[in-house]
Ligand binder design. Sequence first.
Ligand code: SF4
Ligand code: SF4
Length: 618
Amino acid sequence: MKGDRGEEVVLMLGNEAIARGAIEGDVKVATAYPGTPSTEIVETLALLSKDYDLYVEWSVNEKVAFEVALAASYCNLRSLTAMKHVGLNVASDPLFTSAYTGVRGGFVIVSADDPSCYSSQNEQDNRIYGLHAYIPVVEPSSPQEAKDMTIYSLEVSERYGLPVILRTVTRLSHSRGPVKLGPIRRSSKKAVFERKPEKYVCLPANARRMRLEAIERLNAVEKEFNNSSFNVVLEGESKVGVIACGLAYTHVVDALDELNLSHRPSILKLSTVHPIPKELLANFLEDKEKVLVVEELEPLVELQVKALCHDLKLKAEVHGKDLIPLAGELTPLRVLRGLASFLGVSVELPELKVKLQAPPRPPILCAGCPHRNAFYAIKMAVKKAKVEAIYPSDIGCYTLGYYPPFELVDTTICMGAGVGLACGFAKFTDKVVIATVGESTFYHACIPALINAVFNPSSFVLVVLDNNFTAMTGGQPSPATGVNAMGQQVKKVLPEDIAKACGVELCKVVDPYDVDSMIASIVEAIEHVKRGLGPAVIISRRACSLTLLREERLGRIKLEKKMVEADKCKGCMTCIKLVGCPALIPRAGKVVIDENICTGCGLCERSCPYKAIGVLRS
Ligand code: SF4
Ligand code: SF4
């Protein structure tokens, strides 16, 4: 990744290729909130920050990430912000207005969409944001294009004064492919902000004019896209055409090879999907009798092609989502099926035989995860307080509290919604409400909802599961960590200080490994909210078990592992049923503990009715 290595070809993840494109393209500022499948872009740039005098930050949420990168662009620095698809919803407020103000330094917004919801709460096609917000959208089809189109997007953005959305998808972000490196040209540009209130202040009088300017800029980009070298026509031998967008192009090429036709259709590989290059499309469609648009998720291009055919009175019959699935990730097989049906050929679909399959593994909290202890304590506290409860939760590892044995997650909507919904549930029902959020999510989107709970009095328990970083995306620092993306030591921002500053009266910090004290604190919080005294916040603080195991491997700490005494174990499985820790393994009618992943949290020990679990003495 590092260095000017001539035209060397390197195997790279799509996300790493985008990061390399940012370096080659002279990006000076990169920001993000971690979110699968986009995380590795800024993670890679953070590692390179010192080598290339690059400012990199993990922002508290995508809106802030967007605004920091936009400010850099206003100061004539090239910048990039990356987020998963739902992150762009959070950033959509400044996104729309950024098209009005326009930008100065090239500004690229990477939207990493997640068809099939591999790690997301929904499936959305963010190319549509471009249409709605008057922002150009480009869609690479390979890691090579991901790198090259990052540079191209920066250039287009700077030339036409508009942000550009670079849309990638999980399959591209997380696939490796050969990437030919290019020269690294780092300028010595310094940030300069020129005061131009008429350009940057979106008062109604300015905004009305700005909207017209945004439309003009977009029209100019359309002319550019008509001649973009990333849009390629491969002439075929029939009057049939296929328009393939982004990654779908590679599936189309594979499917056509599989079909082995006597007359191959023409292909338009379309990489600039908004504004749609009408001239290029009109030329392609002119002599076609029928055309299939292959794109992942929404019929964004299909609808525009149909409109174009209508406007230009072209006779091509346009197909798309009637043959290509609307929901879920496109796979070579799904495209092959759609293409075969479009071409009217029968095809023997290859049987997918996988010889070795990983054993099915339900999603589960890691062994020794402090969240497991926290959920256990919540369950015991609710039992002890003899109340019925509702459990709104949020996005993060703790969403796994949904599964048995805990089943303490009733809602998961989006970042921060756990606390917002808690405000409502506590007002509109007579149940006790116990919300769970991670500390990273707390900073991201929970603070306004917590202020709301104090301002519009709502009494619920909020358990902030603080494991000292953003665990689900691989351990990026959060404001509680005390270190930032570039490795600088910074002041810690603690959730308890924020909660108290918001006006929360009952706020306690507990260690979830000290289960009794945590149960007592939650019972106290339940009593507090039952009396209608406003929200009560419990900070459950203990480092992620992956950190504990790593620290142990490095010899920095010693964990007191547990073991099952075989002669005392009755094989009742109570430990597994109550605790569900993956380090507890049923074997020959009894249970053993995998000491490689046990952190010695002690939760199973307290659950065993026969006192069969104790400290491992090696
Ligand atoms: S002590 Fe028990 S519950 Fe805790 S990590 Fe070890 S096996 Fe799992
Ligand atoms: S709860 Fe105790 S006795 Fe029962 S299976 Fe687990 S270790 Fe054995």
